[in-house]
Design a binder for this molecule. Structure first.
Ligand SMILES: CC(C)(COP(=O)(O)OP(=O)(O)OC[C@H]1O[C@@H](n2cnc3c(N)ncnc32)[C@H](O)[C@@H]1OP(=O)(O)O)[C@@H](O)C(=O)NCCC(=O)NCCS
Length: 164
């Protein structure tokens, strides 16, 4: 199942899900095979207000534990924007991350669907995504949403625009 994430979810799920990303997935997501995220980045990622920054979680309800009654956290999709005060300054950027054990099972697709539905609900019209050129799975995923390739200053990055 997917649902919108709240700040408290990051305390509960972030570290264990991050541990289940291979070095390759970390590289594709963060553009560097980071072993640990700096505190400032973690803080920024968990700072979801549902407008400037929002996230959707995927949980595997078949794997619930007393600690995690909703199930195991297996992926997250988010948008992030720069802000002026509490308002976004320009269109946000999206990203999707699924833990390696669950790749290729449709979780990324469900997260994209849920994130774009939430974006529409919140009145967003446009989202960008920067994807490493080598990231075949993410490029396959985003291409399903009629994303338009933009010019990118960085030759290793493909910049997409999604009108929603
Ligand atoms: C990109 C990512 C989110 C896709 O999630 P997923 O749950 O595996 O995606 P799905 O199962 O819904 O499949 C989506 C598309 O990707 C394709 N795909 C999935 N794994 C693939 C692989 N290893 N090689 C090629 N294509 C792949 C699927 O075939 C599908 O496209 P299609 O239906 O047109 O064939 C996941 O691979 C991931 O988390 N990667 C590491 C982090 C990352 O790169 N994030 C993106 C940063 S912008």
């Amino acid at each position: 199942m997917t649902r919108e994430a709240a700040k408290v979810d990051f305390d509960r799920y972030f570290d264990e899900a991050f541990q289940e990303l291979s070095p390759e997935s970390r590289h594709l997501r963060f553009f560097t095979p980071v072993r640990e995220l700096p505190e400032a980045v973690r803080e920024r990622l968990s700072d979801v207000d549902g407008v400037v920054n929002a996230a959707v979680l995927a949980l595997d309800a078949a794997r619930c534990t007393p600690d995690h009654p909703e199930g195991k956290a297996i992926g997250v999709a988010r948008w992030m924007a720069r802000s002026v005060g509490d308002q976004p300054a320009g269109p946000p950027e999206l990203s999707v991350t699924v833990i390696d054990e669950y790749h290729g099972m449709g979780v990324g697709t469900r997260l994209m669907d849920a994130l774009l539905a939430l974006a529409r609900q919140r009145g967003l019209r446009r989202i960008y995504a920067d994807v490493l050129r080598e990231n075949v799975p993410m490029r396959a995923l985003i291409n399903r949403y009629r994303a338009v390739v933009q010019s990118s200053e960085d030759p290793v990055v493909v910049r997409y625009r999604l009108d929603i």
